[in-house]
Design a protein around this ligand. Structure first.
Ligand code: ADP
Ligand code: AMP
Length: 216
């Protein structure tokens, strides 16, 4: 099964991807997470991508496609995967279709999470991630048991550099201009499912599972 999660920054793609990955036992591939890991480890790729990410811009397609190609070639992707944050441009979507899907493979479902604009700002500004294991929290919606400490590993919770209000507004404008065209692109392919991302995490997950189970 190959799934794609589409939606504005803060729509809940990563949150839902973690739940789907666990329930359906498919790898969760987040290009954002791969970039952040590279930035943390100060790799060449991290150094190249850092400026774009911290300013709310998309990393150029060639670089993004290179990391996706490497990741999709790993063994665990042979029986499907869940893409979170990729593709983000029509060029990336075309590359996925032309070069990375095997002869017998096809994208099963694209979930488009629609979220109200005020909520987009609130979700992003309140997001905190564990600096050790990457688990995601929210200061209002899903706070940790102990302030600034991860429930899973005890690591320190930090705010992403691109989760400040000014960068969020830039990311949102980039999303509207470069990623929104993918909605039409996947509507035309008849694989897009629109979901209300304003609802509670468990409700959104329930709605996604119904669609996945129907498709199997
Ligand atoms: P994305 O991957 O789309 O950028 P995330 O999954 O990281 O979004 O979610 C952004 C923030 O909003 C996180 O802090 C997360 O805990 C919180 N969140 C995600 N989905 C919901 C929801 N349905 N209701 C409330 N908070 C949510
Ligand atoms: P995310 O974790 O999905 O919110 O992504 C964080 C940032 O990483 C984005 O704002 C972009 O700068 C960069 N990024 C992630 N995925 C892509 C992609 N598919 N194409 C270009 N840039 C990306």
């Amino acid at each position: 099964m190959i799934l794609i999660l589409l939606g504005p920054p803060g729509a809940g793609k990563g949150t839902q991807a973690a739940l789907i990955s666990e329930k359906y036992n498919i790898p969760h591939i987040s290009t954002g997470d791969i970039f952040r890991q590279n930035i943390k480890n100060k790799t060449k790729l991290g150094l190249e991508a850092e400026g774009y990410i911290h300013n709310g811009l998309l990393v150029p397609d060639e670089l993004t496609i290179k990391i996706i190609e490497e990741r999709l070639n790993e063994k665990d992707c042979r029986n499907g995967y869940l893409l979170d944050g990729f593709p983000r441009t029509v060029f990336q979507a075309e590359s996925l279709k032309k070069y990375y899907l095997g002869i017998k493979e096809h994208i099963d479902l694209v979930f488009f999470l629609e979220v109200n604009l005020d909520l987009v700002i609130k979700r992003n500004t309140g997001r905190r991630i564990c600096s050790c294991c990457g688990r995601c929290y929210h200061v209002y919606f899903t706070p940790p048991k102990h302030k600034d400490k991860c429930d899973t590993c005890g690591g320190c919770l930090i705010q992403r550099k691109d989760d400040t209000e000014s960068v969020i507004l830039e990311r949102l404008s980039v999303y509207l201009e470069q990623t929104m065209p993918l909605v039409d692109y996947y509507v035309k392919a008849k694989i897009l499912y629109k979901l209300c991302g304003d609802e509670e995490i468990t409700k959104v997950f329930e709605n996604m599972c119904k669609i996945i189970d129907n498709c199997n």
